[in-house]
Design a binder for this molecule. Structure first.
Ligand SMILES: [Zn+2]
Length: 171
């Protein structure tokens, strides 16, 4: 069941968040040299971090070896994780393009984000006019696999004998 749009339209932080997305798009021109498809992503933190930031941004970073390029969502999340944020730090994520259509995170990004976002986290997809649609992490990646699905390491260890553990380099 999609999150009701009206709920988010009443939230002033969504407007500010959308405005940041728009500004971000203006400085992305050089970052999609091959596809010319410009994408910006912003992570909204629950609380201001040590450097006074409440939003961490990223843009797609392309590469002459095309498959090596990285999407905006993973750039933003990698930056956030490197800065010490983790599951529970994020209130929302926004993805913006300069297209009329809304753009949703690719499959790889959905899995990557799922590691660090709760399934209830809203994902805002902004178009070039700043309008958006919103879905939760769980809606974009249903029946997903994540860290909470893995049994505790001790449980896994019990299923392996000593030789297997040594063969796998586990001590
Ligand atoms: Zn992606």
């Amino acid at each position: 069941m999609p999150a009701p749009l009206s709920r988010y339209n009443k939230e002033s932080w969504v407007i500010r968040f959308g405005s940041v997305q728009g500004q971000r798009m203006l400085i992305l021109a050089a970052l999609g040299p091959y596809s010319l498809f410009r994408v910006g992503a912003s992570l909204l933190l629950h609380e201001e971090d040590a450097s006074g930031k409440t939003i961490i941004t990223g843009a797609n970073v392309e590469n002459a070896a095309y498959p090596v390029g990285t999407c905006a969502e993973r750039v933003a999340m990698g930056t956030a994780i490197h800065a010490g944020h983790k599951l529970g730090s994020f209130k929302a994520i926004g993805v913006a393009t300069d297209m009329t259509d809304y753009c949703s995170p690719c499959g790889m990004c959905r899995q990557f984000l799922r590691e660090f976002l709760s399934l209830e986290t809203p994902i805002f997809m902004f178009n070039k006019e700043g309008k958006f649609i919103v879905r939760t992490m769980g809606e974009l990646l249903p029946l997903s696999f994540g860290p909470d699905v893995l049994p505790p390491k001790e449980e896994l260890r019990k299923n392996l004998n000593k030789d297997q553990l040594e063969g796998a380099g586990v001590r």
